[in-house]
Write a protein that binds this ligand. Structure first.
Ligand SMILES: C[S@@+](CC[C@H](N)C(=O)[O-])C[C@H]1O[C@@H](n2cnc3c(N)ncnc32)[C@H](O)[C@@H]1O
Length: 233
């Protein structure tokens, strides 16, 4: 992932992430005045949705460049640079979207988060899950992420000491003008790492993608996005 490098482009190239953050906030809303610590806040998509509910938001991200963009986009939150996978200060509630999937040991992170949240507080969690990007993964392999389904994520949450009160998977298919446009969008939003394919391999991937996954909505290709939303206490 290259979020630090791509922070200025993330906001413009992350429409599915923005729509998901808004859906996540609506899935288990906070009450006006609730204090929420947001981790991996990026450029502030979820931050803005939480602020619109009247929550008081402390937003943070490991990337200083993301924090700089987020501070402009959601100035009524307080912003700081913080590694969400390390120790956290005690807090009332946690919220995070699109970040926990990058943790090498999510169960350990979830345990630390549970220890940091006051009794009675909660975690609003959004993560990509199966069958997200199934088309790309069928052609290019699994990449840097370990993809989990809903049951696997819920098991990790329970192992981390969380009581899951509600969960749902949001799955949608996005159309792109071409496979190259789809990959560019991922690249420009910082989601991809160093290119692993040669030019020839990339050409053949793009050809196969267009052949096997044409858009049913017209020209171009489709990509499946899938997200898990969890309300845990
Ligand atoms: C896909 S973006 C999601 C951003 C935002 N939550 C959203 O929904 O648009 C992932 C974010 O997680 C941040 N991130 C990754 N690892 C992190 C860590 N260990 N601690 C804090 N932030 C991290 C990245 O810098 C990036 O801003």
């Amino acid at each position: 992932m290259r979020f630090e490098e791509k922070a200025s482009g993330y906001h413009a190239h992350a429409a599915p992430q923005r729509r998901f953050a808004e859906a996540l906030a609506a899935f288990a809303p906070f009450a006006p005045g609730d204090r929420v610590t947001e981790l991996g806040a990026g450029t502030g998509f979820l931050t803005r949705a939480l602020l619109a509910q009247g929550a008081v938001v402390d937003a943070s991200d490991a990337s200083p460049a993301m924090v700089a963009v987020g501070r402009e986009a959601a100035p009524s939150a307080t912003w700081s640079v913080q590694d969400a996978f390390g120790e956290l200060f005690p807090c009332h509630n946690l919220a995070t979207s699109g970040m926990l999937q990058w943790a090498p040991d999510p169960a350990a992170v979830l345990r630390r988060w549970r220890a940091a949240v006051h009794p009675g507080g909660r975690l609003l969690l959004g993560v990509p899950c199966e069958p997200g990007f199934r088309e790309l993964r069928a052609l290019a392999g699994e990449g840097p992420l370990h993809w989990r389904d809903e049951a696997q994520w819920l098991r990790l949450l329970r192992r981390g000491g969380w009581d899951v009160r509600g969960s749902a998977v949001l799955e949608h298919r996005e159309a792109y003008p071409s496979a190259l446009d789809f990959l560019r969008t991922l690249h420009e939003s910082g989601v991809t790492g160093e290119p692993r394919l040669s030019v020839g391999e990339m050409r053949s991937l793009l050809r196969e993608y267009a052949r096997r996954f044409p858009s049913p909505f017209g020209g171009g290709v489709v990509a499946t996005w899938a997200w898990l939303m969890v309300d845990a206490h």
